[in-house]
Design a protein around this ligand. Sequence first.
Ligand code: ADP
Ligand code: MG
Length: 234
Amino acid sequence: MSDVLLRIEDVGVTYGKGATALSALRDISLDVRAAEVTLLLGPSGSGKTTLLQVMGCLLRPTRGRVSMLGQPLHGLDTEALTALRLAHVGFVFQHYNLFPTLRAWENVAVALDLKQVPAHEQQAAALQLLDRLDMADRATHFPSELSGGQKQRVAIARALAGKPGLILADEPTAALDSKAGQDVVATLQELAHGENCAVVIVSHDPRVEPYADRVLHLEDGRLVDDRRRHGNQA
Ligand code: ADP
Ligand code: MG
């Protein structure tokens, strides 16, 4: 069995209070393991993004317990949570969230800076990360000069700054054409299997499923299915 990166026990999230309170997650329990791609499926509004935010220490659950690498999160203050997130979690978003006025390598360097990598080492480190995503030859391009797939590769390079154990990707292929989307998911799978990362991908995209080791289904904030896939594309 691979390492448990994240343990989620009886977690619930309620947004708001009183008559307008909305229960976005109910009674969620699951482990997220290293070296696995977990795909999170479910209709719009079913709580996928909320669950990803709980996993990434961006949102404290209303109920239940979360621990990362064996450390319970509920006793931690905001500063400690931020430090934990910075040390262990990389995020990838549907719309890339790159800084438009920064070159590709500078977008990666911003994340290295947050990780306290010394300024004089940032450019070389950013280039190395871009090279892993086959993007070294686009390092001086601005986001507006890159295709969607290329922008997402820069975003993944940025997420890898500081070697996170957990990569959380919210609909990373939704804005990409078929080939670019498949390349992005294949890259995320390589990171999981080759570098022992835990990768969680939220997606509606059927092209993602063949790359997943495990598929979770959310409906109305509840986990209604959790199954392992065998013979995924290695
Ligand atoms: P999904 O990503 O599956 O579309 P979300 O996790 O974004 O679902 O949302 C789950 C439910 O919680 C939805 O009903 C949504 O409207 C609600 N919700 C999400 N974020 C907030 C928020 N910040 N405040 C209030 N309600 C929210
Ligand atoms: Mg969402």
